[in-house]
Write a protein that binds this ligand. Structure first.
Ligand code: HXC
Length: 256
């Protein structure tokens, strides 16, 4: 299997996985999601991997979201399918992965990008990172678990404000509110995350597997279903056309 948009480097039981579409700030298109889905299936049964690190290629972006150009012409059914399939194939798989998954957030983590970082077990950011869920600027809501995972991580009120305003958190602010665990210089980011990963590889992998399952146990499932349905329904609204068209035309949306 050759990955189209992923670079996978395995060393000392640590898989460094780089999402590699720098021309689109590593936006999640169909290929990249398929690559990720495939990677996690393989990594689960690969004994040479004990910890996974996810990061973005380039110095500017972790992941700038789902690929807006790819879904701009979708209808409600396709929208719902996009969210449901992505959650099943990638985001749920990441969260429930029984080996630690660490997001090394090296720049923009927006929309589906922040959602991928939040599905990961914890996050370390570089100083230039900017994190947010800007979906409402497109006439959408988060569709890869953001409505469920953001309030869990930073509290309901902060999540409400972040999703309604679409504002981005700086790395320092993300640290203050517990969205990321540490902030380091960009040049140090991968080294620091590898250092943490190395520490993890020295601990009992069977114990860690059980810890992940226990920590994850909760009742978010209904919320995920509501999120997926709402995400799909929004594709049939005029605001979605206006929001995505404005993005492609590089102008501000004019919502009625
Ligand atoms: C497709 C994207 C993209 C995206 C950036 N690009 N983000 N393409 N989907 N999410 C492309 C741009 O179109 C541009 O390509 C190139 O990457 C560089 O981006 P610029 O905008 O020129 O860079 P800059 O001016 O520095 O602005 C960076 C940015 C901005 C603030 C991150 O790109 C931005 O706002 N991106 C969209 C963020 C967003 O709304 N994400 C949420 C998506 S919805 P060209 O070819 O024009 O040079 C989502 C839903 C998830 O994630 C749920 C799904 C079920």
């Amino acid at each position: 299997y050759t990955y189209e948009n992923l670079i996978v480097e395995i060393e000392n039981k640590i898989a460094l996985v780089t999402l590699n579409r720098p021309q689109a700030l590593n936006a999640l298109n169909k290929n990249l999601l398929e690559d990720l889905s495939h990677f996690f299936d393989e990594a689960l049964v690969d004994d040479s991997i004990r910890v996974v690190i996810l990061t973005g290629s380039g110095e500017k972006s972790f992941v700038a979201g789902a690929d807006i150009k790819e879904f701009a012409s979708f209808d409600g059914k396709q929208g719902e399918q996009l969210a449901a399939k992505g959650q099943q194939d990638v985001f749920d798989k990441v969260e429930k992965f029984t080996k630690p998954v660490i997001a090394a957030v090296n720049g923009f983590a927006l929309g589906g990008g922040l959602e991928l970082a939040m599905a990961s077990h914890f996050r370390i950011a570089s100083k230039n990172a900017k994190l947010g869920l800007p979906e409402v600027t497109l006439g959408l809501i988060p569709g890869y678990g953001g409505t469920q995972r953001l309030p869990k991580l930073i509290g309901k009120g902060r999540a409400m404000q972040a999703i309604m305003t679409a504002e981005m958190f700086s790395a320092d602010r993300a640290y203050e509110i517990g969205l990321v665990n540490e902030v380091v210089e960009q040049t140090e980011l991968i080294n620091r995350v590898k250092e943490i990963a190395t520490k993890i590889t020295q601990n009992s992998s069977v114990a860690i597997r059980h810890a992940i399952t226990a920590i994850n146990a909760s009742d978010k499932e209904i919320g995920f279903d509501i999120e997926i349905k709402s995400f799909g329904n929004l594709f049939d609204e005029d605001d979605f056309k206006e929001g995505t068209t404005a993005f492609v035309e590089k102008r501000k949306p004019n919502f009625k």
